[in-house]
Design a binder for this molecule. Structure first.
Ligand code: GSH
Length: 123
């Protein structure tokens, strides 16, 4: 069942233009968890006060805001969604600890190799 953005109060700050592998990763997780959300487009080269206040350390996108609280870094956001909405949609990480470690290895590999290489396409 689709949980409403109003009910869950989920907002996703992401680039308003271009392709962001990091933001797509979070959007895929939101889809798997069957969560609706409000997308707030940002200009990564002219950062809004909301972005700076939500991610003061890295000042990067994406940022998920849940019930007014920001969660930063795409992989951490994905794990947060899996934990916070355990009853929604399909589980993203497996339950077996070894399988979780393998999944985290490949997520980290994608960060190192794929997202880095695609930076030329992203913002
Ligand atoms: N490790 C971060 C990387 C995020 C990232 O590099 N975001 C880019 C957009 S794709 C960004 O905000 N660039 C603007 C900047 O570096 O100031 C994550 O996984 O969320």
């Amino acid at each position: 069942m689709m949980a409403g953005a109003q009910q869950q109060r989920l907002k996703l700050l992401g680039p308003g233009t271009g392709v962001s592998m990091y933001t797509i990763r979070v959007q895929m997780a939101l889809c798997i968890k069957e969560l609706s959300y409000d997308f707030l487009p940002e200009d990564p080269w002219s950062k809004s006060d909301l972005l700076l206040a939500s991610n003061p350390v890295y000042k990067k996108l994406p940022v998920l805001i849940h019930a007014g609280r920001p969660v930063c870094e795409s992989l951490i956001i994905v794990q947060y969604l899996d934990d916070a909405f355990a009853g929604n949609g399909t589980s993203i990480l497996p339950t077996d600890p070894y399988s979780r470690a393998v999944a985290r290895f490949w997520a980290s590999y994608i960060d190192d190799k794929v997202c880095f290489l695609s930076f030329g396409l992203s913002l």
